[in-house]
Ligand binder design. Structure first.
Ligand code: ADP
Ligand code: MG
Length: 695
């Protein structure tokens, strides 16, 4: 491989490239847009476009595309070539400032939740200069936001950018109160750890369920699963290693700082983690990671499964969203050494705790999907109850605050928030609580509920907004206070008292926690349907409007899309279940049963009074399971068609979860039992054992 330093970011139109290729003056003007969110001047755009085009063509690009993130949670692209006919049979390569800044894809087929009537189906893409453009597959990719004609967000990027502005604005107010008069920008950052499975590609294509739904809908337990704990951090198999190496190189070229890779708990399960960056860039990059995982896997005859729960009975996949906020100089969730720094750290820490406590249902919502319903609350993933793990040292400090350590301080003017000697929190890997959905890990919070396929835009929109909201309340109060320190102490103490019920350092997988959480009055929103329903609570709509993140219309549209997606996903799963049962499992079972039945006759024709009771038992067993499966199949079919007819979307989504899904499970049971009786050579698809171990 080439020098890694040369490879890294070689296909990215980075600040370094811009600085090198733009005039000093243009670069300076562009930086004002990049760093201070100022509007881009058209003349600057014109110059940048021309320089960008030349650079992209040098990198082999023939096309450009506005790259955006519609509400499907995936990315969208439509490629245009740079060619412009000159009229004499030749072409020149053209790319204008206008083409860079704005696009108008024919966007009528993206989910919009009723935001665009079809007669006004136009949507606009606008360049997001804060996320760098890059060249991939001979195309210049320009990260863009996607909005309707009247300015409503039709994507995941727009509200994310809005939420970043909201938290920046409120955090700046707090920092100013702490005496930082020059501060201009605060950014939220995230490092998402991505879990995934890889299976053999040819086996993948023999499984209709994996092809259509990304997860197995049938499959008996193999003799070996993850019980030996021998896969986690184990030696990586050669084929997988080669794939991971190529993945790294491809990601590095695109400027994704892929850092860590290892085997995860389940057989065939792995993880990669990049180095953190701003929530906006990290969200774009995580999309690139998911795309690249799938593409590079295929080159190694592997299929990458990003689903939250590809296999029943073994661990599912998540995406740990490591989140923090910082200035260009410091991480605001990093405990300091001086009392002043400690006070500031505690302010942001307590703001986050209060935000999570106050808006737990929104965080739960941000991890809600039908795929993640298989994970949350099952005993490998965090439970569906939101709680915060702080670790021993911080819990101790928070408990002192709760007991009045701050305000009982006699001399308020010497206020040091009662904790002059806040210890420096060492990141102690051994002490981490892996069962907590929201854990403080030294200088950031790790939100562990997010599903592996999800765009991380959602969780970060919520985190940025809810923390911004608490910071806003704090700033409103503090700006009016006569004595900043005294008031700050009392705010912190009050918030800690109000929200300490969300703090939990115990085992989140233990069933006693569920009762304890209920006693504490913490919400336990078990399914995505209920989580989605909460989205439109008036309190939440007000929150989003207060910070300019979503309008009411945008919330309602998003909620509708989430319900729809949820219902459609289970609908596809149900149809696939029906098809596989009807066309593969039942015929194969019958085939094997009649094979055994005719062998009984054959044997008896040779050995007249042969004891064939064992064979008869097989046939009888298959016959009885066949009957069970056929009955369950009929039930699933009728339940499905009844559910499809439900008009109201919440009711429909709920019926998919509690009726259709249950009917699918009821059909799966006899089918998996059939797998255990029917001969391997008759079974119509690769088994769990094949998928998990033949890599
Ligand atoms: P693990 O939790 O697996 O031990 P690490 O603690 O090394 O992994 O980091 C997990 C992720 O957290 C990485 O992507 C890392 O870059 C990210 N991270 C570290 N510091 C911050 C921060 N200040 N803001 C956001 N993410 C961060
Ligand atoms: Mg991890």
């Amino acid at each position: 491989m080439d020098n890694l330093q040369q490879v890294f970011g070689c296909n990215v139109f980075s600040k370094a490239i811009m600085k090198e290729r733009l005039s000093k003056d243009t670069y300076k003007k562009l930086l004002r847009t990049l760093d201070l969110n100022e509007e881009l001047i058209p003349e600057v755009a014109e110059i940048v476009a021309s320089v960008m085009k030349d650079w992209a063509i040098e990198k082999g690009a023939t096309h450009y595309t506005h790259w955006f993130q519609p509400m499907t949670g995936k990315t969208a692209e439509k490629h245009d070539s740079f060619i412009e006919p000159t009229g004499d049979g030749r072409v020149i390569m053209e790319f204008s400032g206008k083409q860079l800044i704005q696009g108008e894809p024919d966007a009528s087929s993206f989910p919009n939740g009723g935001l665009r009537a079809t007669f006004e189906a136009r949507g606009y893409t606008t360049w997001d200069a804060t996320s760098p453009a890059f060249v991939k597959d001979h195309t210049l990719y320009i990260p863009t936001a996607f909005c309707s004609y009247s300015g409503e967000a039709l994507d995941k990027k727009t509200p994310l950018l809005r939420s970043m502005e909201a938290i920046s604005k409120q955090a700046i107010r707090i920092l100013r109160l702490f005496g930082d008069t020059k501060i201009q920008k605060v950014v939220s950052t995230v490092g998402p750890e991505q879990e995934y499975f890889v299976v053999d590609k040819s086996l993948f294509y023999q499984r209709k369920d994996l092809m259509y739904t990304g997860r197995t809908l049938f499959g008996a337990k193999p003799p070996k699963g993850q019980e030996l704990d021998d896969h986690y951090f184990g030696a990586i198999k050669d084929r997988v290693h080669n794939f991971m190496n190529e993945l790294d190189v491809e990601l590095w070229k695109l400027g994704v700082a892929s850092k860590t890779k290892h085997n995860e708990v389940a057989p065939a399960q792995h993880e990669m983690a990049p180095i953190y960056t701003t929530t906006n860039i990290a969200t774009d990059q995580n999309q690139l990671v998911m795309d690249t995982l799938v593409k590079v896997a295929a080159r190694h005859d592997l299929a990458c499964l990003l689903h939250e729960k590809p296999f029943a009975g073994i661990n599912g996949s998540g995406k740990h969203n490591n989140w923090s906020i910082g200035t260009d100089k410091a991480n605001l969730l990093e405990p300091g050494v001086t009392p002043h720094e400690n006070a500031q750290f505690l302010t942001f820490l307590v703001a986050t705790i209060a935000a999570v406590g106050k808006y737990a249902p929104l965080l739960r919502l941000s991890a809600a999907s039908s795929g993640n319903d298989h994970r949350l609350g099952a005993n490998e993933a965090p439970p569906a109850i939101i709680s915060i793990f702080l670790g021993e040292q911080l819990t101790d400090i928070i408990n002192q605050i709760k007991d009045g350590a701050l305000t009982s301080c006699k001399s308020a003017t010497h206020m040091d928030l009662g904790v002059t000697t806040l210890p420096k929190f060492k990141k102690d890997v051994t002490d981490r609580n892996r069962t907590s959905p929201f854990a403080f890990t030294g200088n950031k919070f790790e939100f562990r509920m997010v599903g592996s396929t999800a765009s991380i835009a959602g969780p970060n929109i919520i985190l940025n907004t809810i923390v911004a909201d608490v910071l806003k309340d704090m700033a409103d109060e503090l700006e009016k206070a006569e004595d900043f320190s005294v008031r700050l102490s009392s705010i912190i103490e009050r918030l800690v008292k109000e929200h300490s019920n969300i703090l939990f350092d115990g085992d989140g997988y233990d069933s006693s926690w569920i009762q304890e959480a209920e006693r504490r009055g913490l919400p336990n929103i078990k399914t995505a349907v209920e989580a989605i329903k909460a989205f439109s609570e008036p309190e939440y709509i007000e929150l989003f409007e207060r910070h300019g993140v979503f309008t009411e219309g945008e919330v309602m549209a998003r909620q509708e899309i989430m319900f729809e997606e949820y219902a459609k996903t289970i609908n596809i799963e149900a149809l696939t279940t029906i098809q596989i049962a009807k066309k593969e499992i039942l015929p194969a079972s019958l085939h094997y049963a009649s094979h055994v039945a005719s062998s009984i006759k054959n044997i008896q024709s040779v050995v007249q009074d042969a004891d064939v009771s064992a064979q008869i038992e097989i046939v009888a067993k298959i016959n009885s399971l066949y009957l069970d499966a056929s009955t369950a199949l009929a039930t699933l079919e009728s339940t499905l068609s009844k559910t499809q007819g439900i008009k109201e979307m919440y009711k429909r989504a709920k019926a998919y979860k509690f009726e259709v899904y249950e009917a699918m499970e009821a059909l799966r049971k006899p089918c998996d039992a059939l797998e255990e009786v029917v001969a391997k050579s008759f079974w119509p698809m690769p088994t769990y054992g094949d998928l998990l171990f033949r890599v």
